[in-house]
Design a protein. Structure first.
Lengths: 271, 303
């Protein structure tokens, strides 16, 4: 589309600078020798070393990772089903309500979701703790998975599926042999998204937790309220590192898969 | 046999997520509403009446008479809540406009970028969204503090000689919301600009339009769907935001998400927090339905 003007470049550079500068500063100051977060006093990794001796923090990290693994996996299954229901079955009773329930959690303020889930758990007499956090996370992350998978399904050539059905494959077999391999990259990025959303969540976890289940964001939040310390910068840097690696791996895998698929399609047509 | 299996499969695909969302998303709202009609009690759960399923229908009817609108009356009597609602909506609206003003040029620049680097730019916009919200808000504390990095920088280049007080003011909240929600605004605007037919702008220019009026009369109206989606994605969650006003805002900043959190965690008043949540939901119902329709329409176009 040509003429990429100086104004366009400037707005992109400024916009991205705004997005990345705070994160870069946070990472830099996690390596600061001084306890003051805003005055540079030389390079040091001592705050990282200290983290390994903070047992409460390590416990919280372990809880967080388990919640994220379980909830992301369940949310991926439910979200993929929801996406299939929305794209493939355009007419069923209560479809309006269903699509509303898929989209509303995307924008619902977390305090409302958190409070309402807590009151549900109390009403049905569920003991609050690890599993209530997990259930809550499944519920709000499955909608994000549904939206990601849905956009892939919309651009999916349905005739391949119909061909499989015409040739006598059962719908279940068609799903696992045809549909799932094609939408796999989207399902995978949905899983990664659900995982990081669960890893990050503070508000919904705080409402739905019980004694003994403290997640890392809850721990970070209680320390942040007492002030900014290089130790928190160090935890945050590790979390950013994990997420960055995860996202890069996910995008490389997706790219390779798509390239593979294109090659396969070309080979199929060549025959 | 195959047909039965097929019907069963399609039923399950719909029923499983449907039932999950009904139980974990929709029903809880009714529970919130029901508890907002209750009274606080020193017990567990801390409200009354508590229904006993074995009390029979008459028992339930008996207890239902204890329901009252007292909590809602209380919310209207205490001006604090009213102010919190109003200032949440105002802060969210100002932040949404600021986010739009920053996001539009970025999205426009991205859509004008050479095709080969667009996926990389898109990736760079999405990446911060994957890092923790809490961490990104926290990062701003060190920058905005009176002795923080921004003031150090501005004083070292002699722009100011007194540190600016930004942290714990509404400005810090605006910065926090704009920063946290920027990708949500950039992405829909970018995708509507990218889809646009650029011969239309060229036609306007050929017919003697200035670039400025070509933008306002052609480009901007055509990107309106993305602008609306982006504004709703920012505005709705921002009204109920808790982390940003709590960490960046001052003690005098009232936002309803923070009020609800305090009512629940500090005062342990479940019925009043439920009433606060119910009214917040009523305020947001119109924008949320608007958002759902826009989303459903966008999916329809993708077909």
């Amino acid at each position: 589309m040509g003429n990429w003007s100086r104004f366009n470049i400037a707005s992109i550079v400024l916009g991205f600078g705004f997005l990345y500068l705070p994160i870069v500063l946070l990472v830099i100051f996690s390596f600061n020798e001084s306890k003051l977060v805003t005055v540079w006093a030389g390079f040091s990794t001592k705050w990282y070393a200290q983290l390994w001796h903070n047992q409460a923090l390590l416990d919280a990290a372990w809880v967080t990772i388990r919640v994220a693994l379980i909830s992301a996996t369940c949310a991926t299954v439910l979200g993929t089903l929801a996406a299939l229901a929305l794209v493939r079955y355009t007419r069923f009773r209560g479809r309006m309500l269903f699509s509303g329930m898929v989209y509303a959690p995307l924008v619902m303020p977390e305090v409302i979701t958190g409070l309402s889930l807590l009151l549900l758990f109390v009403a049905i007499g569920l003991d609050r703790g690890f599993w209530t956090i997990t259930l809550a996370h499944i519920t709000f992350t499955m909608c994000f998975v549904a939206v990601v998978v849905q956009s892939r399904l919309l651009s999916f050539d349905q005739s391949i599926e119909e061909a499989a059905l015409d040739l006598g494959a059962t719908p279940v077999r068609t799903f696992f042999a045809i549909t799932l391999p094609v939408i796999a990259p989207a399902v995978f990025s949905g899983w990664v998204l659900a995982f990081t959303l669960s890893l990050d969540d503070l508000v919904i976890s705080s409402f739905t937790t019980g004694p003994g289940a403290t997640t890392l964001p809850m721990k970070i939040y209680s320390q942040v309220r007492l002030g900014v310390t290089p130790e928190i910068n160090a935890i945050c840097t590790i979390l950013i590192g994990i997420v960055a690696i995860g996202v890069v791996v996910a995008s490389v895998v997706t790219k390779q898969r798509e390239a593979q698929r294109e090659r396969d399609e070309r080979a199929a047509f060549a025959q | 046999m195959a047909r039965v299996a097929s019907a069963l499969f399609s039923r399950l695909v719909i029923i499983i997520p449907y039932a999950w969302l009904l139980f974990f998303f929709l029903i809880p709202f009714f529970i919130v509403f029901r508890i907002s009609l209750s009274q606080t009690a020193v017990a567990m759960p801390p409200y009354t009446p508590v229904f006993d399923l074995f009390g029979g229908l008459s028992g339930i009817m008996e207890k239902a008479r204890e329901f009252s609108l007292d909590n809602y009356v209380w919310l209207t009597e205490d001006v604090l809540y009213f102010n919190a609602y109003v200032s949440s909506v105002i802060i969210a609206a100002i932040s949404t406009v600021l986010t739009l003003m920053i996001a539009y040029p970025v999205a426009y620049g991205m859509a004008k970028a050479p095709k080969s680097i667009r996926p990389t730019l898109l990736m760079l916009v999405i990446l911060p969204f994957w890092t923790s919200f809490l961490i990104r808000v926290y990062a701003w504390i060190a920058i905005l503090k009176p002795e923080g990095l921004l003031n150090q920088f501005l004083m070292s280049i002699n722009v100011i000689d007194q540190p600016l007080i930004i942290l714990n003011t509404n400005w810090a909240i605006y910065i926090g919301i704009v920063y946290s929600y920027l990708p949500f605004m950039v992405l829909p605007i970018y995708s509507s600009l990218e889809k646009m037919d650029h011969t239309l702008t060229e036609a306007a220019l050929d017919l003697g339009c200035t670039p400025f009026s070509a933008f306002w009369q052609v480009t901007f109206p055509l990107s309106l769907a993305g602008v609306v989606a982006g504004c709703l994605l920012v505005f709705i969650p921002a009204v109920g935001e808790f982390v940003i006003p709590d960490l960046l805002g001052g003690s005098e900043t009232l936002m309803i998400g923070k009020t609800l959190w305090n009512e629940f965690n500090a005062n342990r008043d479940w019925p009043v927090s439920s009433a606060v949540a119910t009214i917040l939901l009523l305020i947001l119902v119109i924008p949320i339905v608007f958002f759902q329709n826009a989303q459903a329409k966008a999916d329809g176009e993708g077909r």
